[in-house]
Design a protein around this ligand. Structure first.
Ligand code: AMP
Length: 182
């Protein structure tokens, strides 16, 4: 099973991707986690992306796609995976089609959470890129660059919408139920 989790910053997709991947026995692939690991380890790539992430902007497609392509070629991805936070741009979605074929994704889980709740959650999380100004930038970038991807995947009829408000356990169950229902 190959899944994509998509939603605005703070929607809880990282937490849920990890939980659902565990339940389904597939890999959790988060480009944000991968970039943060590079920054923490002080790699060349980490040095390139640090300032971009702090500003709440997107890392260039070229860098992001190369890193993701390598990751999905690893053996644990053969059993299936959840992509968390990739693709985020039209260019990345096209690159993913080239890597997997355009029927390569089984389902796209779309998280729905209202904006006031999102801001509240992000401010509570306190990650390095969770300042109020950066949050505003991340929302704008999401709306401009990532939201249009919903139409792209909706046209393929593989999206399921999940209400992202509630207990963590309850939302995991909702996602698993939505995946089974289709
Ligand atoms: P996330 O943990 O998914 O919220 O990602 C944190 C930050 O990493 C984002 O705000 C971007 O700066 C960067 N990032 C993660 N995934 C991508 C992606 N697919 N394309 C571009 N930038 C990304």
């Amino acid at each position: 099973m190959r899944l994509l989790f998509i939603g605005p910053p703070g929607a809880g997709k990282g937490t849920q991707a990890q939980r659902v991947a565990g339940r389904l026995g597939i890999a959790h692939i988060s480009t944000g986690d991968m970039f943060r690991a590079h920054v923490a380890n002080g790699t060349e790539l980490g040095k390139k992306v640090d300032a971009i992430m702090r500003a709440g902007e997107y890392v260039p497609d070229e860098i992001t796609v190369a890193m993701l392509a390598e990751r999905i070629a690893e053996p644990d991805a053969e059993a299936g995976f959840i992509l968390d936070g990739f693709p985020r741009t039209a260019g990345q979605a096209e690159a993913l089609d080239e890597l997997l074929g355009d029927d390569g994704l089984d389902r796209v889980v779309v998280f729905e959470v209202d904006e006031d709740e999102l801001v509240k959650r992000l401010l509570a999380r306190g990650r390095a890129d969770d300042t109020e100004e950066t949050i505003r930038t991340r929302f704008r970038v999401y709306q401009e660059q990532t939201q249009p991807l919903l139409d792209f995947y909706e046209a393929r009829d593989i999206t399921v919408r999940v209400n992202g408000i509630g207990d963590v356990e309850e939302i995991t169950d909702r996602i698993l139920a939505a995946l089974n229902a289709r």
